[in-house]
Design a protein around this ligand. Structure first.
Ligand SMILES: NC(=O)c1ccc[n+]([C@@H]2O[C@H](COP(=O)([O-])OP(=O)(O)OC[C@H]3O[C@@H](n4cnc5c(N)ncnc54)[C@H](OP(=O)(O)O)[C@@H]3O)[C@@H](O)[C@H]2O)c1
Length: 386
């Protein structure tokens, strides 16, 4: 049976009891544990995958803490996490004609689309019976993967950083721009002022905005991530200069800075995946007719706003989740040409995956964390390993 990491409701309960529900003391590495996994037998439309590398995702953090919902408990006491992977196909089911053994693929985590193609469930999270990719091998339906763009100019770790975050950014950006353009057409304004707050999804969102000719500003605490974005021509603001908006004066200083950087206009489009103190700061700098989009709630699930003031300024709040399956394919076309992700300085060994999640939780990483799962890499990707 191949090795795979799991999270059990029992381990969460034990850790929550140990720290008396103080999530600041919670040790995620005590909850994500190496386990074995019995693979289901290969169906006619299935692929048997060998996982090469994975990125660490925040919803694993949410699953381990049980801070959004206790998903391990809801799924019968145990989940096998992992929403994004680069993999080699070992075997294909009898009716698979899009792929062959030896192909390199990336996964998407749309668990089950609704009638318009948007995800109802996320794979390896709330999709029933879904098994994630923080393991050595997996069996998935062929609809669950996209061919890896090995000649896109990115290295293997950069490709591994994108399967979850890039489609999310791609969907957020189309939604944000589409809503803004309903209010302010290109005829009236060509260049939008676009602001994003720290994190991989926001970074990719800003790369899309910059690529399409808009003025993109990245506000984050991490100097390494800001430097990376500056290298791509995106302007930055050090969030810690404004104490992560701890006081009114900090927020006032931030408003002044954004006004200076946007010719007094403010941000037409704001991407806020974190909420918490970021949300009021993002709203305060929103321009008239602005749009504030989010697909995350890393710092808080609940937000408060003054409905009258948002109406008067014609500001739209929009919430998205993950991309459609078609959109995941289209987002992959932009690897390398638009998406050039930050990658954390250490590439973690498979055994160190719990530490990688712990360090993600502690916010000590310099980019998107990548775990190398396969010791032996197939010839097709060897030249992509830096
Ligand atoms: N719906 C979806 O499909 C989807 C997909 C991906 C992610 N998400 C969600 O979106 C959120 C962000 O994920 P991500 O992948 O973009 O982020 P990420 O790459 O994991 O980065 C997290 C960022 O959070 C920032 N941060 C951490 N602690 C902070 C604090 N106390 N105050 C302000 N900023 C802080 C850090 O930025 P600095 O320290 O540099 O400021 C860090 O770069 C998570 O909640 C995740 O679950 C949702």
């Amino acid at each position: 049976m191949p090795e795979a990491f799991s999270i059990t409701a029992e381990a969460i309960a034990a850790e929550r009891a140990r720290v008396a529900d103080d999530l600041d003391q919670f040790e995620i590495s005590r909850v994500i544990k190496k386990d074995d996994l019995e693979l289901r037998s290969l169906g006619p439309q299935d692929l048997h995958l060998r996982i090469l590398a994975v990125s660490v995702e925040h919803n694993v953090d949410h699953a381990a803490l049980a801070d959004t919902t206790n998903i391990a408990e809801a799924r019968g006491g145990k989940i096998y996490p992992g929403n994004s992977a680069v993999a080699e196909i070992l075997e294909t089911g009898a009716r698979v004609d899009r792929f062959k053994p030896g192909d390199i693929v990336i996964t998407h985590c749309n668990g089950e689309p609704d009638i318009y193609g948007y995800p109802i469930y996320i794979w390896a999270y709330d999709a029933p019976d879904s098994i994630g990719w923080y393991g050595r091998e997996a069996v998935v339906g062929d609809w669950q993967v996209v061919s890896a763009p090995l000649d896109c100019g990115l290295n293997l770790w950069e490709i591994a950083a994108l399967p979850l975050r890039a489609p999310t950014a791609y969907h957020l950006w189309r939604r944000a721009l589409g809503i803004f353009r309903l209010k302010v057409p290109r005829e009236q304004l060509a260049t939008a002022q676009v602001l994003g707050f720290g994190g991989g999804v926001s970074e990719l969102f800003l790369m899309l905005a910059h690529h399409e000719g808009h003025h993109a500003i990245f506000c984050a605490g991490s100097p390494e991530r800001r430097k990376h974005l500056e290298g791509l021509g995106i302007e930055t603001i050090d969030q810690k200069e404004f104490n992560r908006f701890a006081s009114r004066d900090d927020t006032k200083g931030f408003i002044r800075r954004v006004r200076e950087m946007t010719g007094g206009v403010g941000a037409h489009i704001v991407c806020d995946m974190l909420r918490g103190p970021i949300f009021p700061a993002g709203l305060a700098v929103c321009a008239r007719e602005g749009v504030n989009v989010s697909a995350g709630w890393q710092l808080s699930m609940n937000v408060q706003y003054n409905s009258a003031s948002l109406s008067i300024k014609q500001i739209t709040l929009d919430h998205t989740h993950y991309e459609t399956v078609d959109g995941c394919g289209a987002a992959t076309e932009l690897y390398g040409s638009v998406f050039r992700p930050t990658v954390h300085s250490e590439i973690y060994a498979f055994e160190d995956l719990p530490r990688a999640v712990h360090e993600l939780h502690r916010n000590t990483q310099t980019g998107i964390p990548i775990v190398r799962v396969a010791d032996e890499m197939p010839a097709a990707v060897q030249a992509l390993i830096p």
